[in-house]
Ligand binder design. Structure first.
Ligand code: NAP
Length: 316
């Protein structure tokens, strides 16, 4: 069972597993802004952070610091399951970076394991914490949508420099960012939606797509089109437009900007990871888990049902 026995009063002591781009860009500032979260140590075979105890793997970190009550797993996705399971089995609360696993089955096992151990497991879909998402969800809740257009395009060389794992099985290729769009869509669209067809463009030297065009529908026959592309140059496009009963909702800039019928409703800086850590603290304090596999299931469906087309090799 967990050795964590208090809520917000004493906070939680955190270990970080994997010290890469997302930890430096997002986790560290968010942890610093979370009053109840105390960063104790890191585990990464090569990387470390100044003035913080560093270990080469999760087990060594937990052996040296039994006071750690929670870990954030921020390694490449194919490592997520074994590390998360090891932490759960030692009674630690676990935050899983997105995607929560390389397969659906392993995430299901983690859910069962967290329940058995009586600790909190949090599948952290950071894009759901973007400023416009909650209001978009509210606006759509009572509506029938007819058409959705999603464009999620970014330059892989800018956003994933040198990350060879992204082209390997489990790395998900363009679905690594595309799953963020799907995490928003599965949260705000009022009906479940299902893949009808997918075209996956796979570089000749990779196992995962560099671009994907997806067509979904819902039980009422709405049309949901998504275009994901890693070959964007210049600024990213992280936009979705939803047509509903003669109105149009646009959630753009990754969810930072919300416009409904040409009226600007929200335009704010993103602070997604502060929201994530606040939710993690809340889940721990309330002895709850939150693991929604819906975005990962959509990706699994695309890999299950999509047409693969070879395209030119990706050279970084
Ligand atoms: P990254 O820069 O490649 O960082 C991953 C880190 O984990 C690297 O330092 C890596 O070391 C280390 N690592 C590898 N094996 C390890 C092990 N066995 N134990 C501990 N650490 C290990 O990747 P990232 O961009 O931070 O992404 C990590 C995860 O966060 C991915 O699942 C990604 O989908 C997710 N994410 C990324 C972003 C983004 O914008 N980059 C945004 C949101 C979520 P080596 O480099 O030496 O192998």
């Amino acid at each position: 069972m967990s050795d964590f026995n208090s809520g917000f009063s004493s906070g939680f002591k955190l270990g970080l597993v994997g010290v890469g781009k997302i930890v430096r860009d997002q986790h560290l500032p968010a942890i610093a802004a979370t009053p109840n979260c105390h960063l104790v140590a890191t585990a990464d075979p090569h990387a470390s952070l100044p003035e913080l105890p560093a270990y080469q793997n999760l087990e060594a970190m937990l052996d040296a610091h039994p006071e750690i009550t929670a870990v954030s797993i921020c390694t490449p996705t194919h490592l997520r399951y074994s590390q998360a399971r090891a932490a759960l089995m030692r009674g630690k609360h676990v935050l899983l970076e997105k995607p929560p696993g390389a397969t659906l089955s392993e995430v299901e096992d983690l859910i069962a394991c967290a329940k058995e151990q009586g600790v909190s497991l949090f599948a952290a879909w950071h894009s759901r914490f973007a400023p416009g998402v909650a209001q978009a969800q509210q606006w759509l809740a009572e509506r029938q949508m007819q058409r959705v257009e999603i464009e999620w395009k970014e330059d892989v060389r800018v956003w994933h420099p040198g990350q060879a794992w992204i082209w390997q099985p489990g790395g998900m290729g363009v679905f690594d960012p595309g799953i963020n769009a799907l995490s928003i869509a599965t949260a705000i669209l009022p009906q479940p939606f299902f893949l009808q067809q997918a075209r996956l463009l796979v570089p000749s030297n990779a196992q995962t797509p560099i671009a994907a065009d997806l067509t979904f529908t819902d039980p009422q026959g709405a049309s949901i089109e998504a275009a994901f592309d890693f070959r964007q140059s210049g600024p990213p496009t992280w936009d979705m437009h939803i047509h509903s009963d003669g109105s149009r909702l646009s959630l753009t800039q990754g969810g930072c900007r919300l416009v409904i019928d040409d009226e600007l409703i929200i335009e704010e800086e993103e602070r997604e990871y502060q929201g994530l850590y606040a939710r993690f603290a809340e889940l721990i304090a309330n002895k709850r888990s939150e693991v929604d596999v819906a975005p990962l299931r959509q990706v699994a469906d695309a890999f299950l049902y999509g047409h693969r087309e070879p395209t030119e090799a990706f050279i970084e």
